[in-house]
Design a protein around this ligand. Structure first.
Ligand code: ACK
Length: 685
């Protein structure tokens, strides 16, 4: 073994304080000393105005979980006194720290406890509920103690395990809450929470954020979504309102017409009408209603003459300004080159140039330029930027920003294992942010995959390859389905494969697959399984297991993106804020799926796959050994039988805690998928 050394100091210490608790969080040291046994300890000092007069805080202050031997990079400090300067020294340690003579490496942060956190939110009211949404509002806190930045609304489904009520008291409340929760933010004291299940009770609690930190959570409020009848009632209500308004409006119109005729004010009315018509036209481009403030994507195919679309959305570039340097790849329509673009008064910029090879027919030219008409409508740091097009001379070209590291899938394969989890999450965050922008504009990508993401020299990821059906025609991954469409099966949501229901929710499914590709450094989703087997496995409820080294929270998010019911999948805005939270609190990424699903060393040729000899070994490995007798008594004595169990079977043999049910089911899913993969590869199991 190489010699190891003490770690460097922790980095980026931040604090979050409210009336009762002070949360300190930091990033792991850049150098772990070549060891894995990293822990942290925190020393608290009270300092006067002179920094040299510091004294150790003493017993009054409490650290949760403790102040030494911390595994996670955060600690909560309780029972501090107001109006005091506390200095916290945070040291990273490992097994050789004690042996070292060099001075301690710590990072210090000083916190003054005179900031009063905002007071709690009081009553929360349900304004209305439909089948899938609930609208809530509440009063601003009485003492915000600073400008309110926003509110965080945390919610989860109220679920009780399906056991006799008499047994409920054996379960701790946390068992219910362990079920995943969602959260959303709102700047105003109201919110509409969407994507909920019909006729289901949800628990909500809300906290407010100001510059001084969060308030505590409000008390919990329970509200229920409506069932089918409530939506019909709501619709009927709306119809009634519209009908009333229409009758009222008509009466008003008659009165106004008479008024104009009588007073001779028609000229004024006609002018005003013309102005409003102009405004309407400005908002209504080519049949698409554009609301001020929300930019909406316009499908270039709705233009009778598609060349009009390309000139509306893309700048024509004089080819003398383009210098082609080398060919970097081949596209469906011609070569892709790198080169330079000179803009008058600006520096030359590196660009990628897609060319349309000679001998094309009109349809090919139109299809080629469609991508530019789409790209030209977007303006976002995570969407590939269109510089312009050359259409008035040959060859026809599309010029876009140059992305030094090329497409994400090959980039990751080339750099297998080279990045930290935070770097990978940063890439995923960028892609989610680009997708949020696209979905906000009403654009559905349909072919989101790592091969269609480009990476620049700063590891920034940008979504590319636009063009609707054309994209699918070109994609070598796209296969014909029974309905005749060409679809990249492994990346596509089941409803889009089955009946071409493409939506932002189907893009979310694909995003989950991209997450998996990223965390596995460009592994092929579902490995060598055939497309048909992928479709069947998904239909039966199987999902890709977590790639090696993948934080459990990220695999949870993937599974969330792969929910069968598309309305239950997260929106891109939720994904962005979830990833932001992970990045802000990197300790949440420390729990790897392997830590939950401990796999024993497997003998033989396929060491990466779990190979459980007995049911008892398997249960031990997922820390569910207490159920061995339940499995045996019910006759599930071999793994072969266990692998056929359904969730109902698992409940029936007496696994009552939902957390335990989930752990067993997810382990079984992983095992089944691995088995299939092993069988596919022809290994003897
Ligand atoms: O994986 P790559 O190097 O990245 O190979 C493909 C090839 O062209 C064919 O599509 C590369 N490519 C496409 N667009 C760009 C771009 N804007 N910047 C750099 N490389 C690009 C892609």
């Amino acid at each position: 073994m190489a010699c190891t050394r003490p770690p460097s100091a922790p980095r980026n210490v931040i604090f979050n304080i409210n009336e009762t608790a002070l949360l300190l969080e930091w990033s792991p040291p850049s150098d772990t000393g070549g060891r894995k046994d990293l822990t942290y300890s925190v020393i608290c000092k009270k300092c006067g105005s002179d920094a040299s007069q510091c004294e150790i805080c003493g017993g009054g202050i409490r650290f949760v979980p403790r102040h030494t031997g911390l595994i996670n990079s955060s600690v909560t400090v309780l029972d501090f006194v107001s109006h005091v300067n506390y200095t916290f020294e945070i040291e990273a340690m490992n097994g050789v720290s004690e042996l070292s003579f060099s001075p301690k490496q710590f990072t210090a942060i000083t916190v003054t406890t005179d900031q009063d956190a905002p007071s709690l939110i009081g009553m929360v009211r349900k304004d209305w509920a439909s089948q899938n949404s609930i609208a809530l509002s509440w009063q601003e806190p009485d003492f915000p103690n600073g400008a309110i930045l926003d509110y965080e609304i945390k919610y989860y489904e109220k679920v009780y395990p399906r056991i006799a009520p008499a047994f409920w008291h054996y379960l701790r409340v946390e068992e219910h809450e362990q079920l995943s929760y969602s959260s959303t933010r709102s700047k105003a004291p109201s919110v509409i929470v969407t994507g909920l299940k019909p006729a289901t009770k949800y628990i909500f609690h809300i906290r407010v954020r100001t510059a001084t930190g969060y308030s505590g959570y409000s008390q919990k409020f329970e509200f229920e979504t409506g069932d089918e009848t409530s939506d019909i009632a709501a619709e009927q209500g709306q119809i009634l309102v519209i009908a009333t308004a229409a009758v009222g409006g008509f009466t008003l119109l008659v009165i106004l017409t008479l008024f104009f005729l009588i007073t001779g004010r028609c000229q004024w009315y006609i002018k005003a009408k013309m102005k409003s018509e102009e405004k309407r036209r400005a908002h209504l481009q080519n049949g698409h209603l554009r609301f001020p403030g929300t930019k909406t994507y316009i499908d270039p195919d709705t233009y009778e003459d598609p060349s009009l679309a390309v000139h509306e959305f893309a700048k024509e570039i004089d080819p003398s300004r383009i210098r082609i340097e080398r060919v970097i790849g081949a596209g469906e329509f011609g070569e892709v080159c790198s080169g330079r673009l000179k803009t008058p008064g600006k520096r030359e910029i590196p660009v990628a140039i897609k060319t349309l090879k000679g001998g094309y027919v009109d349809r090919q030219r139109r299809d080629f330029l469609r991508e530019a008409s789409i790209m030209g409508q977007f303006d976002h740091p995570n969407i590939i930027r269109l510089e312009g097009v050359v259409t008035k001379s040959r060859p026809v070209m599309i010029v876009v920003e140059y992305m030094e590291n090329g497409s994400l899938d090959s980039f990751l394969r080339k750099h297998d294992g080279h990045f930290t989890v935070i770097q990978l999450v940063g890439m995923l965050r960028g892609i989610a942010s680009g997708m949020k922008y696209l979905s906000d504009m009403g654009y559905v990508h349909r072919d989101l995959a790592a091969r269609n993401i480009l990476v620049n020299s700063n590891l920034m990821c940008k979504v590319s390859d636009f063009g609707l059906s054309r994209v699918l025609e070109d994609d070598p991954e796209a296969a014909y389905t029974t309905s005749g469409g060409k679809i990249p099966i492994r990346w596509t949501a089941p409803e889009a494969i089955a009946y071409r229901k493409f939506s932002s929710a189907s893009d979310t499914w694909s995003y989950g697959i991209v997450m998996w590709e990223v965390m596995s450094y460009g592994e092929r989703p579902y490995w060598e399984m055939s497309n048909q087997d992928v479709i069947l496995s998904i239909e039966e409820g199987y999902r890709l297991p977590a790639p090696m080294g993948c934080p459990a929270s990220l695999h949870q998010l993937m599974l969330h993106c792969w929910q069968k019911e598309r309305n239950h999948r997260p929106k891109f805005t939720d994904i962005v804020s979830f990833l932001d939270k992970l990045i802000r609190n990197p300790s949440s990424l420390h729990t790897l799926v392997e830590d939950i699903l401990v796999m024993p060393d497997s003998p033989g040729e396929v060491p990466e796959y779990p190979f459980f000899v007995s049911v008892s070994d398997w249960l031990d490995s997922i820390k569910m050994g207490q159920y061995k007798t339940n499995f045996m008594a019910a006759g599930y004595t071999t793994m072969d039988l266990v692998l056929r169990m359904s969730i109902d079977d698992i409940r029936r043999i007496g696994v009552v805690l939902i957390g335990h049910q989930r752990r067993i089911v997810s382990s079984l899913q992983t095992l089944r998928l691995h088995m299939m993969h092993i069988q596919e590869k022809g290994f003897h199991v």
